[in-house]
Ligand binder design. Structure first.
Ligand SMILES: [Zn+2]
Length: 61
């Protein structure tokens, strides 16, 4: 199983897709990318609405 989270599924114009064998591994990559490339803060990423959007955008393959 591979967990995937694509920036474009979060409404961001960016071709990046975070992938990981586990949810934790994938989220670590996604969070690092969101902070470094899109300037997100921990506060923004921990916002309940953002968390809901992230969970809805995660795909399992
Ligand atoms: Zn991105």
């Amino acid at each position: 199983m591979t967990y995937k989270l694509a920036c474009k599924d979060m409404g961001v114009m960016c071709p990046f897709v975070a992938e990981g064998e586990t949810m934790d591994e994938m989220m670590e990559i996604a969070v690092k990318h969101a902070k470094e490339e899109h300037g997100y803060t921990d506060e923004q990423l921990n916002d309940p609405e953002t968390q809901k959007a992230i969970k809805a955008a995660i795909r399992k393959e």
